[in-house]
Structures are given as structure tokens and as C-alpha cells.
Design a protein around this ligand. Structure first.
Ligand code: ADP
Ligand code: MG
Length: 409
């Protein structure tokens, strides 16, 4: 079989494969269907980009966000991969279609709603295909934390080209969601490859809130280097950014309500900086590859353990020590419960299970890392030595108090 290493080195400029990349790439090159579950930053894109370059034909990549597709496009083109996006905002759609038909594309990025359409299926019949890559594949599962109904419509397209291998990729899927992805996309159990989820250089801290601004200001004072502070609403972002600016650290705000130019500039400033704090809604971070983020703070409860893992995972990608500090209050749980009451009835049980998993992480007196990793199916040691509970074992009294606070919410 084709040796992917020379392509890794010449096209991508990396000396070796990382983690399970080789395993995933080998399966794709052998024509097999696979699901790769790999943490954020593990290098999922390479798992389809390399086969896209190595195999004849085009790799069709299904991706949920236009901004994400354009980031990927720029990165691919920068290393000489022939790539294009086919989205509603692209003005060069006719040219892209012509390039595809001429066999002049390694990668073609599309959104699920486009991919599931009749005319797209016809188009794909007009040139050879290398593989289907389904990125953020947890979107296919109602059980997952980010269900996108359009992902459900992909199956007929995949089945229409049974000889073309499919590769589903996700960072964040618990056991239930993984099983669902396999079933929805027609991938055998044996095709699932799961990478280790541990991020040993991240120190996990979880603290009840008393005065969020002061608590985060203290964190900033102790922690040099770039940091991200997640707040839950636009208003909270603006207020917190203003107050934290008073600590003397340069601070920027980021949320969807800002003028697009201001938002883009704040993001660019942060990416270029060595000590800036960006206060943001969770809209911030996807597709941003800043390796030296030294801390991620949550001013309130994240949406799920998956979101918590993904958001905190933006810290310390360079492998140097980093901090993830979550500040929570009982009212966060009360609000979350209220929100669950408003979703479609058949989704409420799943949402409740997800909230309880988050509650278990927040209230545990045991190792945070162990709880987190077990959630993703890992078998971690009982203690990690690098979370608040391992560093400062809570007294039985305190632990009960925290639990009561959670339970009575
Ligand atoms: P993911 O989608 O899993 O979050 P990406 O595909 O965006 O991760 O990759 C994260 C970073 O890792 C990128 O900067 C990428 O260039 C880098 N990377 C990927 N594979 C390798 C490798 N084998 N060696 C070194 N760096 C790699
Ligand atoms: Mg990715």
C-alpha cells in the first residue's frame, strides 16, 4: 500500500505522524469507512487532507460552518493543496464546479444542506471521488451536543457512492453519541479509532462564584500570557471586558453583536499578542490556532462537558503549563434546567443527562481530570496531581456544602 510518510513530509512539512493519525490515514488509504474521535488540536484535518492529496479524485469535506471552511481553505492553499469551498457566500461557484469536473481539486468543502441536495449528487457523479470526510460528525446525532438536522440527510449521498470511503471526524463524543454516529453514517464498529483525551499540561480548577470579576482579575494577576475568558451573554462580555481592562492587562471583547471589522481586529490582535486577555462568548475560538494560550476562564457554566473540554482545550496547545478555571453558581444550573424545559420533549432526557454529567464534574471531590476523561471513555488513574481537588483535597465538610449548593439549585 501507498506509503503516506513522504507526503506528510513533503506536502505538510511534518517529520512524523502524531498519535492515531497514521492509523486513520492507513484505513482511508485502504478504502475503509472510519470514525476518528480525536481531541481538539490533535490534527484531524490532516487525516483527510493527506489521503485527499495521495489518492486520485477529489475529497468532499462536509463541514458545519462557513467560517471554518474558509479557514481550512486558506490553510490548505497555503501549502499548495488544490482546494475550494462551495457555499452560498462564494462568488466563484461556477469556477469551482468547473475545476471539480476537470479533476483539478484535491479538496471540496461543502455545507451539509448543500451536500444532501439532488444537484450536488449529480455533480459528484461527474468526476472521480477520493473520499468523503464528515467533519464535526457529532452534529449527526440528536444525542450529541450540537445536532444539525441536515447531517441526517447525508446518508443517501454516501450510500449512492458505496465505493468511496467515508471518514467521520469529531473531537467531542461520549459513548452514546459515538455509537449513534457509526449507525447514522454506516461505519462499522471496528472502524472507530479513539485517541487519548488527556491534556496533562492543563490544570483544571473549578470554583463556586462569589465575585466573578474579582476572581477572574485575581487569576489574570497570577497568570501571565494570553488568556480567554468565556462569558455567557454579549452584555456580560462587554461588562466583564471593561472591568478587567482596569487590571492593566490589555483586554479585548469578542461577540457576534460587534461590528464585523472590530470583531476581526480584536481576534487578530489577540492571536498576535503575547499577554492579551480576550473576553468572549463561545462564538470565539473555533478554527483559531493559537498555541500559547496560558489560561481559559469560564465566568459561568459551559453548555456541556463536551463544550467545557473543547473550550478549555484551547489552552496550552504548545504543551506548556496552562490553566482552565471555571467559576460557577447554583443559578447557572437553575437556568440550564429552565432551558431544558423549553426544548422539544423528546430531547429533554438527553439534555438532562448532559447537564447531570456537568453537575458531577462540578461537584466532585475527586480528581477532575479522572471525571472528565471517564466521560470520554478513557480509563484514567484515580488522581492526576494537576487539578484543584488533587492539589488541595477538599475536606468532607466543604465537599458536602458544594454538593448541597448544586442539588438545591
Ligand atoms: P483538530 O481539527 O483536530 O482540532 P487541526 O487539524 O486543526 O486539529 O490541527 C491542529 C494543529 O496541529 C494544526 O496547526 C496542524 O497543522 C498541526 N498538526 C497536524 N498534524 C501534525 C503533525 N503530524 N505534526 C505536527 N503538527 C501537526
Ligand atoms: Mg478540525
Amino acid at each position: 500500500m501507498l506509503d503516506p510518510l513522504p507526503i506528510l513530509q513533503s506536502t505538510f512539512g511534518f517529520p512524523e505522524f502524531r498519535g492515531v493519525q497514521r492509523q486513520v490515514v492507513d484505513r482511508v488509504l485502504a478504502g475503509e469507512n472510519s470514525l476518528a474521535v480525536m481531541p481538539t488540536g490533535a490534527g484531524k484535518s490532516l487525516c483527510y487532507q493527506l489521503p485527499a492529496v495521495a489518492l486520485p479524485g477529489t475529497c468532499v469535506v462536509v463541514s458545519p460552518l462557513i467560517a471554518l471552511m474558509h479557514d481550512q481553505l486558506r490553510a490548505a492553499e497555503a501549502i499548495g493543496i488544490r482546494a475550494a469551498t462551495l457555499t452560498s457566500v462564494d462568488t466563484n461557484q461556477a469556477e469551482t464546479i468547473a475545476r471539480f469536473r476537470a479533476g483539478a481539486l484535491d479538496l471540496l468543502y461543502v455545507a451539509p444542506e448543500r451536500a444532501s441536495g439532488e444537484s450536488f449528487r449529480t455533480l459528484l457523479g461527474q468526476a472521480p471521488l477520493a473520499l468523503f470526510a464528515i467533519d464535526e460528525a457529532h452534529c449527526v446525532s440528536e444525542w450529541g451536543h450540537d445536532f444539525r438536522p441536515d447531517y441526517r440527510l447525508l446518508r443517501p449521498l454516501l450510500d449512492h457512492f458505496p465505493a468511496v470511503p467515508r471518514l467521520a471526524l469529531t473531537a467531542t463524543a461520549d459513548a452514546h453519541t459515538r455509537a449513534d454516529i457509526l449507525e447514522q453514517l454506516g461505519i462499522p464498529q471496528a472502524g472507530m479509532i479513539v485517541a487519548g483525551f488527556d491534556r496533562p499540561n492543563i490544570r483544571y480548577l473549578i470554583t463556586p462564584r462569589d465575585n466573578t470579576t474579582r476572581q477572574i482579575a485575581d487569576l489574570i494577576a497570577e497568570q501571565p500570557g494570553p488568556g480567554i475568558v468565556y462569558a455567557q451573554t454579549r452584555k456580560a462580555v462587554e461588562q466583564l471586558a471593561e472591568k478587567l481592562a482596569a487590571t492593566g492587562r490589555s483586554t479585548r471583547a469578542y461577540h457576534a453583536g460587534l461590528d464585523p471589522h472590530v470583531r476581526a481586529r480584536n481576534q487578530a490582535d489577540f492571536v498576535a499578542s503575547e499577554d492579551m486577555v480576550i473576553v468572549a462568548t463561545v462564538a470565539f475560538g473555533m478554527g483559531i490556532d493559537k498555541p500559547d494560550v496560558r489560561f481559559v476562564a469560564h465566568a459561568g457554566l459551559p453548555k456541556s462537558i463536551e463544550s467545557y473540554y473543547q473550550e478549555t482545550g484551547r489552552a496550552g496547545r504548545d504543551g506548556d503549563p496552562a490553566i482552565a478555571h471555571l467559576f460557577w453558581g447554583a443559578e447557572d444550573f437553575a437556568k440550564a434546567r429552565q432551558r431544558i424545559g423549553e426544548v422539544e420533549p423528546h430531547r429533554q432526557a438527553g439534555e438532562r443527562t448532559r447537564l447531570n454529567a456537568l453537575g458531577a464534574l462540578v461537584e466532585t471531590a475527586a480528581c477532575r481530570r479522572a471525571v472528565l476523561l471517564r466521560h470520554f471513555g478513557d480509563h484514567p488513574p484515580e488522581t492526576c496531581g494537576n487539578c484543584d481537588n488533587c492539589l488541595n483535597p477538599p475536606s468532607a465538610v466543604n465537599a458536602t456544602e458544594v454538593a448541597r449548593k448544586f442539588l438545591s439549585a
